[in-house]
Design a protein around this ligand. Sequence first.
Ligand code: HEM
Length: 393
Amino acid sequence: MTDWNAHPAHFWMHGHRPAKTVEFAEQTGFWTVSGYSETHQILSDPVTYASDIGRFFPQGDTNDPLVKQLTEGNILQMDGAAHRDRRRVVSRAFTPKIVAAMEPRIAKLAGDLVDGLVGRDEFDFVSEVAYPLPISVIAELLGVPVSDRDLFVYWADKLLESKNIYHEAEPSQDVQAASMAALREFVPMVDYLNQHTAERRRQPREDLLTMLVQADMPDNEITHFGILLLFAGHVTTTLLLASTIMCLDRYPDVARQVREDRSLIPGLIEESLRFVSPVPAIFRATAVDTEIGGHAVPADQLLMLALGAVNRDPRQFADPEVFDITRDPNPHLAFGRGAHFCLGAPLARLEGRIAMNILFDRLGDLRIETPPVFHPSPEMCGPRHLPVKQVQR
Ligand code: HEM
């Protein structure tokens, strides 16, 4: 098995590199950027390269209240002062102090999950560990019941199914109608978060929803942020944990080294993020005529930054196809860069570190004999199911 059955759109996972690092495709109407320096330049200049890209994707009737609720107030698509203000508020939930304080709770959650696997010969690593751990952490952070976690995974799957990575300049009526129908699937999720937010207004608690209410964030934006966290905070971290196990299976010498020397775990997590970047691509739009990697790119163009490919650019990473946990520095862009740099990066790294330590402490080697099932959406990269066999030491 050389490429783990990754999605065909993730060409870097199949050992391909495009001849050009900046390329326009007539068929999709957007530019693909797969070079490191070009992506670095784009993410470092949020004025020339804007995050407000909603207009490029079919969104249904923009006057519909549901469409407004689901598309307005999305921090990922905000620019300038509006983004800075919103980020200032929500980043209060992710200070180093708050994240560090979550360590004992994450260790308890991870410990309980892993204890249930002691002595079990075979299991799906995703459903037993990689999925329940991050979703429980996010639910506790937000302040919604962990027991609702199956609902969140259902909604996250719907959200991924509904997204259309291939933009159409003028979406047909059918595309518009299909996108409206998909959005309607989210009514229960919006209602769910609205209810929790309304309850925090009446009865404040010690949680993130209360903090956002007290920061005077409008209800629709709180709901939007809640959806983003339930989605961005768990699918991505699930993929990171599972992909790390996949890498350890492929590189047993690395697994042996890390088992013996746990100080190597942070390097393992960083290399896993580089090698199998969970968010394979992000988008930006050119605000003015510009030049990227020697190509003239006009204003109002959609750019897909293929982070997975960028993180294997040989101009930046020596031997990019080699899984090397000792890379130092390892300046991968798996969490993005600049104004929108992932707010949850310290939390995801902490979860990865704690989970790997506990796995090495309490379980045998996890070996893969059946091919992993990769996430079916091109918007995510990593296993959705990872059957493993536990080999006692
Ligand atoms: C933004 C990746 C985990 C919350 C981002 C971006 C990337 C990313 C690439 C930048 C998007 C852009 O520039 O357009 C990841 C990966 C994760 C992860 C690979 C796990 C391995 C998390 C977690 C949380 C989180 C655990 C929260 C609990 C956010 C938020 C933003 C963001 C709120 C938006 C920041 C902004 O727009 O200013 N993430 N993420 N992420 N991430 Fe993560």
